[in-house]
Design a protein around this ligand. Sequence first.
Ligand code: NAD
Ligand code: WQD
Length: 340
Amino acid sequence: MSKILVTGGTGYIGSHTVVELHNAGYEVVIVDDLSNSSIKILDQIEAIIGVKPEFHQFDLCDAQKVNEFAAKHNDITGIIHFAAFKAVGESVQKPLKYYRNNFFSLINLLEVFNENIDFVFSSSCTVYGQPDSLPVTESEKVKPAESPYGNTKQIAEEILVETAAVTPGLNIVALRYFNPVGAHKTALIGELPNGVPANLVPFITQSAIGKRGPIVVHGNDYDTPDGSAIRDYIHVVDLAKAHVAAIKRLEEKKAEANYEVFNIGTGKGSSVLEIINAFESSTGEKLNYQIGPRRGGDIEKIYGDVSKSKELLGWQTELDLNEMMRSAWEWEKYIKANPF
Ligand code: NAD
Ligand code: WQD
């Protein structure tokens, strides 16, 4: 059984990926410093899969801790590196916090794990900015980043390309996620936003449960069919399964080069107003919303061309918008009844 290190494994996408790795027969070791997640997530994972994954709490920016961990875990064959800070707005206020965390953690891992290691990196569609053509393919040129957070993803991809070029023992897949939403079907794990959510779906569920006021739709004057901005929303469980597919591709030595990049989305765009409608129709809950001005730095529309992932990873999404909204709502109700 291959052993996979999941950094950030108690976080939103990491916890769902731990479950899917276990379901696919992998042994998992989690490293997380709990800077943006709760230790209780380990019990939640255990309630889903029946075993508590091995867990180590430390900051991956600490090179000595990473070295000590690597020395004791020489049976790790793959790494899925989720650990990073991800709040776009905060990154504008505290750029060094983001550059330090997102780069040092990555560099520390690459410095010690570079012989016969499969490495999957969490990138983001944010690297495309507003693409020149849609659906956007992996060969679209990367645009200057809108935020320090976005810049950490762009530069991390460059670090990985340059490191792969001189490190034959390192086999890397970068996954560019579109907009992950939803929660596990058991409602035992999901997203735990910090403070007022900037992201649409957590704001919707918190508004519906009465924790927030009305939703503000950031702009209805875009060049889109209903005027609101378009994104490619993907169910977090489908996204988690893409990581398993990426690890399998690397293990089976199917990669065409030791650095590959894939779009991970549904390939379908949905507007803010369509998301609001989908939430109402799939949950039966009525939402209060109002139209506000555009949000600074937002792009008008983006959705991915996911044919490369379908063909080479043998992966595609299975869960639709209704399931994304239904599961996000079940999770919101769960955490109201069982606060973290
Ligand atoms: P998350 O904050 O829920 O999970 C990240 C986890 O990493 C947290 O549990 C946090 O405690 C941990 N962590 C952060 N820095 C660490 C460090 N230095 N050492 C150890 N642990 C550390 O975020 P998420 O939504 O699950 O995102 C996972 C990854 O996917 C991130 O790299 C993020 O940038 C990327 N991503 C997320 C989205 C999204 O919308 N959620 C979209 C595209 C890409
Ligand atoms: C989606 C749409 C908003 C809240 C961000 C990051 C990106 C990536 C995913 C990590 C936009 C609108 C939102 C609200 C609204 N993360 N909206 N009212 O902006 O696509 O991407 O998360 O890599 O880097 O920038 O996602 O969920 O914030 O917004 O109208 O209260 O919903 O303006 O059009 P976004 P989002």
